[in-house]
Design a protein around this ligand. Sequence first.
Ligand SMILES: C[S@@+](CC[C@H](N)C(=O)[O-])C[C@H]1O[C@@H](n2cnc3c(N)ncnc32)[C@H](O)[C@@H]1O
Length: 325
Amino acid sequence: MGADNEPHVAWAGPAQAAPIPPRELIERTSDRRPEQGDELFIREFYEKAGRRRKAGIIEALPDDYSFERRRVLDFGCGSGRVLRQFLPEAASGEFWGCDLHRPTIAWLDEHLSPPLHFHVNDEIPMPHPDSYFDLIYAISVFTHITHEWSAWLLELHRILKPDGLLLATFCGPEFWGKMLSSPPDENGLGMCVQQLGQRPGDNSSGARVLHSPWWLRSHWGRAFEILSLRSSGFARGRPSHGFVLGRKKGVSLTRDDLERPEPEDPRELQAQRQQLVVLEEEAVAMRERWERERARTAVMRKGSHLGRAFRDRMRQVLRNALRNH
Ligand SMILES: C[S@@+](CC[C@H](N)C(=O)[O-])C[C@H]1O[C@@H](n2cnc3c(N)ncnc32)[C@H](O)[C@@H]1O
């Protein structure tokens, strides 16, 4: 797929006139579901969400940033609602989108390439050579990547040009109250995973990951010079994501280099504790559901769906606990 393809559908018009994906692909990654079902309404809902995020990207980038002749990657592009807003800029630049979800990428590739380019990024390395992109943005993607975060961050670092920019949104403190039973203060959380074991699939973007600004500065800051970081306010959502804008540093790092806790920083220990609290709460809730289910059916069937889900979740909990200690 992508840049070397023979053009099978030429799309040169503005985003508003481009074909829109089937509803299930739009809804898969939407935080809100449009209630009305007619195509016009869905198009408006989808376009509006994309336009807002494009405006958020432009606002987050340096003031004089120009897309002219840039190579840009929308990492985790989902249904393409943001990337398609860059159709006008794609006339002079090279715009790529990638995602794990094959059906979505197949649709986008069939309908919007050219001028956009797509690929499924289900493994590292991605197909791009070193130092390829000027800009990579990831809107609500590291909010779903769990223990593989460091591998993907290094991969994005590899394919960025020297001085290339990475813009990523994250779920900062404004979200925690909505997501945690007893949200800590800003220093009490680092990177914290919820719904561990939930994979990106046809009905979900995957597990949920919360980040604190200090933790991003400390860990992502090892690979990227942090140009700006806001704990909320991206695209003026409510509640809104935070965002981090970093410039690639000329360093060669391993996953351990990124993940290693800052030895002198007491917030690291607090962050580990917070992660364990969340995992424990989830394991308890899962166990309670499982026991209710068992009582309801009166027979514990070894292969039942909940039994399997609980075992998988417990395996993940243990793996994570071992990894962190
Ligand atoms: C909440 S959606 C956001 C989609 C898009 N960025 C947007 O704003 O419309 C998260 C997307 O990230 C994708 N995703 C999760 N982990 C990924 C990974 N490691 N690489 C690429 N995409 C990933 C999911 O499949 C999903 O489409």
